[in-house]
Design a binder for this molecule. Structure first.
Ligand code: PLP
Length: 511
C-alpha cells in the first residue's frame, strides 16, 4: 500500500467548500454591517441594504423578481414552510399532494407529518434510474389535489426530472407545483419562468456558500404565509432576524455562478472518466445514475460484495470523502429510501457509494481515489473485523483482553444503555482521547447503529492499534440479539474517558 496522502473531497452534494471570495464577503458583513436590518437608523439600514442587494442577486440567478425571494434558515425550513403553509391554506377543501418517492428527507418527513394531519399523499412511480414516470401524473391528480411536489435534481442519483412537463400537466389541472432545486443550483442553469414552477427551494451551502441559509421562490400571486411566529421580517413571510452575513455569502456564491457553470462540461467528463475507470476496476459494478439527464458531478455506484460503510471508512483513512448513501437514523442503518425506490435490494443499497465532484476536482484527484479503491478491493488496505452481536457474549464482555470503546453521542446514550465494561468518548471528540485506548488489547468500537464505529476503528488502526474491530448493528443490534445480557448488564461498569459535561449550578432565586 502506498503511503502518499491526499485529501480528495467527493461529497459535494452533502456540502461544498466555502470559497475565499464568499468568506471575504461574509467577513466584511460581519465586521462592518453588524446592524439589525429591521432597525431604522443608518447602521440598520446598511444591513438591510445587504439583504436587499442579495435578494436581487439570488433573484437574477434564477430569473425571478426580488419580491419573489424569501430567505430562510435552510432549504429544510423552506420545504417545510411551503408544504405546511399550502396545506393550511387548502385543507380541508383540498387535501391531496402528489409527489415522488425520491424527494429529500425534508420533503418526505414533512409529507409524512402532513399525512398524520389528514393529507393524502400519492407517490408517482420512478424507473431504475430515478426518472419519475410522468405518464402517471395526470391520473394521480384529482379534484382534491392542491400541490404537485417534484424535485429538479436528485441528491443521491443526480437524476434530473422533466419539471417543465410536470408544471404543464399540473397547471392544466389547476394545481400548483413545488420543486426542490437545492441540488440543481450551482450545477445547471435555473430559470424558474422557463420551468413554470410556482414554488422552488434553494440552499446556499450546495454552491460554495455558507450553511444555515436557504431561500424560497414564491411566484408572484402564488399564495404564501409565514411559518414561524415572531417578527415581520422578509415582508412578513419569515419571522426571525436575518442572518445578514449568511445571506451575503449566498449572494456571493450566486455571483460566482457565471464562472462556475461553464466548468460543468469538464466536470461531467471527469465524472464519466471515474465511471469508466471504476468499471475497469470492478466490472460487476452497477451505475445507478443516468448517463443522460443527470447532474454533471454525481455518480451513484453499487459495488457488489463490498459494504459501503466499510469502503467509506477505508477511503476516509486515505483522505477521501464520499457518501455511503444510507442514513443512520434512530440507531438503525436504514437503506436509503431513494435507492429502495429505484428497486435496489437492501443489500445492494448497503453496497452503494455516492461520488459527487466539485468543478475543481482534478484528474489527479480521481486517479488517487481509484488507487485507494483498487488497494481496498485487493485487500491491501488495513482490514477491520466486524463482530456480529452474537459474538459479543458473556465471555467476550468479561474477558480482560478486550477493551470496548463506545463512541455514541450523549443523546444516543440517553436512549439505550451501553455495553458493560465499556469506555465512553463520543464520535466527535474521540480524537482528543485516542491515547486512552490501550494498544495491547483487542479494541471493539461500538456505536448506536454500526456506522459511526467504522471510521473510528480505521482511525485507531492508523494510530498503531492493530487489533481492532467494530460491532455490526451497534448497541441497537446487540440489544436485540442479546436481550438477556442487555437486561442484566447494560450500563454497568461504564467508564467515561471523555469528561461528562459538568452540571450547571441551579440559579438561586432571589428571596
Ligand atoms: N433538498 C435537497 C435535494 C438536498 O440535497 C438538501 C441537502 O442535503 C436539502 C433539501 C436540505 O438543505 P439544507 O441543508 O439547507 O437544509
Amino acid at each position: 500500500m502506498f503511503h502518499l496522502q491526499r485529501n480528495v473531497y467527493l461529497d459535494n452534494n452533502a456540502t461544498t467548500r466555502v470559497t475565499p471570495h464568499v468568506a471575504r464577503a461574509m467577513s466584511a458583513v460581519l465586521k462592518r454591517r453588524f446592524g439589525n436590518p429591521s432597525s431604522l437608523y443608518r447602521i440598520g439600514r446598511d444591513a438591510a441594504a445587504v439583504v436587499e442587494d442579495a435578494r436581487q442577486v439570488v433573484a437574477t440567478t434564477i430569473h425571478a423578481e426580488p419580491d419573489e425571494i424569501v430567505f430562510t434558515g435552510s432549504a429544510t425550513e423552506a420545504n417545510n414552510q411551503v408544504l405546511t403553509v399550502l396545506t393550511d391554506i387548502h385543507y380541508p377543501t383540498r387535501r391531496k399532494i402528489v409527489s415522488t418517492p425520491i424527494e429529500h428527507p425534508s420533503v418526505m418527513a414533512t409529507l409524512a407529518h402532513l399525512e398524520g394531519r389528514g393529507v393524502s399523499v400519492e407517490f408517482l412511480p420512478v424507473d431504475r434510474l430515478g426518472r419519475v414516470v410522468l405518464a402517471a401524473l395526470d391520473a394521480a391528480i384529482d379534484t382534491n389535489t392542491f400541490l404537485v411536489c417534484c424535485m429538479l435534481a436528485n441528491n443521491e442519483l443526480g437524476t434530473i426530472q422533466d419539471v417543465v412537463q410536470v408544471t404543464r400537466t399540473a397547471h392544466a389541472r389547476g394545481v400548483t407545483v413545488l420543486s426542490d432545486c437545492v441540488q440543481a443550483l450551482g450545477k445547471m442553469p435555473i430559470d424558474v419562468r422557463a420551468l413554470g414552477i410556482d414554488y422552488a427551494t434553494f440552499s446556499a451551502h450546495k454552491l460554495h456558500g455558507p450553511k444555515g441559509v436557504g431561500a424560497v421562490f414564491v411566484r408572484r400571486g402564488a399564495p404564501f404565509r409565514a411559518f414561524l411566529h415572531g417578527g415581520h421580517q422578509e415582508a412578513g413571510m419569515r419571522a426571525g432576524t436575518e442572518g445578514v452575513h449568511n445571506i451575503a455569502g449566498f449572494a456571493a456564491a450566486c455571483r460566482a455562478l457565471p464562472t462556475v457553470l461553464p466548468r460543468m462540461g469538464e466536470t461531467a467528463r471527469r465524472t464519466q472518466l471515474l465511471a469508466d475507470e471504476l468499471r475497469r476496476l470492478k466490472p460487476d459494478i452497477v451505475i445507478n445514475s443516468p448517463q443522460q439527464g443527470c447532474l454533471p458531478n454525481t455518480l451513484s455506484v453499487t459495488f457488489p460484495d463490498v459494504t459501503n460503510t466499510v469502503l467509506m471508512a477505508a477511503l476516509d483513512l486515505y483522505g477521501v470523502a464520499v457518501s455511503a448513501g444510507s442514513a443512520c437514523s434512530a440507531g438503525e442503518t436504514k437503506p436509503s429510501h431513494v435507492l429502495k425506490a429505484i428497486g435496489l435490494s437492501d443489500d445492494a443499497a448497503h453496497q452503494t457509494i455516492r461520488f459527487s465532484l466539485a468543478e475543481d476536482t482534478s484528474v489527479k484527484d480521481l486517479r488517487y481515489v481509484l488507487r485507494v479503491l483498487r488497494d481496498h478491493l485487493d485487500g491491501k488496505t488495513p482490514a477491520i473485523r466486524a463482530l456480529r452481536a452474537s459474538q459479543v457474549d458473556h465471555h467476550f464482555l468479561f474477558d480482560d483482553a478486550n477493551y470496548i470503546l463506545d463512541v455514541r453521542f450523549w443523546h444516543e446514550r440517553k436512549l439505550l444503555k451501553g455495553l458493560p465494561n465499556s469506555h465512553e468518548a463520543s464520535f466527535v471528540s474521540f480524537k482528543k482521547y485516542v491515547h486512552h485506548v490501550p494498544r495491547n488489547k483487542h479494541v471493539l468500537v461500538v456505536c448506536m447503529g454500526g456506522v459511526d464505529a467504522i471510521p473510528i476503528a480505521y482511525a485507531l488502526k492508523s494510530k498503531r492499534c492493530d487489533n481492532v474491530s467494530f460491532l455490526l448493528g451497534g448497541v441497537v443490534g446487540w440489544r436485540i440479539a442479546q436481550p438477556d445480557l442487555y437486561a442484566r448488564y447494560a450500563g454497568t461498569n461504564v467508564t467515561a474517558i471523555e469528561p461528562r459535561a459538568p452540571r450547571r449550578a441551579r440559579p438561586r432565586l432571589p428571596p
